[in-house]
Design a protein around this ligand. Sequence first.
Ligand code: SF4
Ligand code: SF4
Length: 347
Amino acid sequence: MSVTIIQKQDFPDFVNRLLSQFRVSGPVEEDGGYAFRVIENSDDLRLDYPTTILPPKKFLLPTKETLFEFDKSGNGTVQAPVVEPRTVVLGVHTCDLHAIKLLDRVFSTGHIDPNYTLRRKQTLIVSIECLTPCDENSFCKSMGTLSADDGYDLHMTDVGNFYTIDIGTEVGEELLQYAKTAPATEENMKKLNAVISEKWPRFPYRLDFDISDLPSLLNMSMKSPLWEELGERCLACAACTNVCPTCFCFDVRDEIDLDLQHGQRIRKWDSCQLDEFATIADGHNFRQSRALRQRHRFMRKGKYILEAHDYLGCVGCGRCARACLVDITPVGVFNELYRQKEVGGQS
Ligand code: SF4
Ligand code: SF4
């Protein structure tokens, strides 16, 4: 591991120099919370943010994008999407980093998604070590996402009056040409190790069982009465999936202009929690009840995605728990399934 340091007083200059070369985004304070935004000045950045409503996924998979535009007038043309500028995303937490690793796998295996992979190639990730839990909803320690060994170009840790920077890729190393850095000394490394060992006890385990048992727990819980209970409570509002860094379902539609000559094929985020998500030909809906859709959601998070892509579909960020108006949370659901299993309550 190659570690270098940057003094905090030199960090704004680094960001401002990045701004002259790249589109730069990161967490900013907004409406009493925090959001990832494209920034114009280093002063906008809030690297000590707890969490954001939407994850940085939106830079790789926008909420709505045009796949191509078509024009029936004349000979008819189809235009590919505009290539976006190289973007540095600063301040990505490790849970979101794990989510991006999953998205990379999903969109670059089997049918390779050209839009995602192009954007991903254009995106450099500078992550930051979390030193305190975002709030009582995060359960990253239980999910194994409280740290990361890869997936970033640079990884920063706040060590008081300086940041240590772990170089993850050659492109990341090239970014450092814009920063005033120095190799980490023995003293710097001692401070870094102290910061890291002090952070772990601050994060509680929130699941009552080991995460490696989650897929088999879900497997045993297909007929749990809990799904009906959740179905009764759920509002089918899709807030949980909309804020999730690992949800990647989308819908594709053609939008035709009024002249019937021009139009766009667009894709938009979709949600398995919406009534119409599983509606197919003839109006048949193969997951009509909210109970079935809740079961599907949690099966995806802890079992199906793991089976398909070798990564869990939940990184423990807690965003869905914060967003849900009726208090349906992964920790609550997984722990309740575990409790039912322990008392032999599931059928
Ligand atoms: S399911 Fe909830 S806690 Fe898990 S990654 Fe998605 S938003 Fe975060
Ligand atoms: S946020 Fe809550 S109420 Fe809305 S769809 Fe998700 S689980 Fe249901």
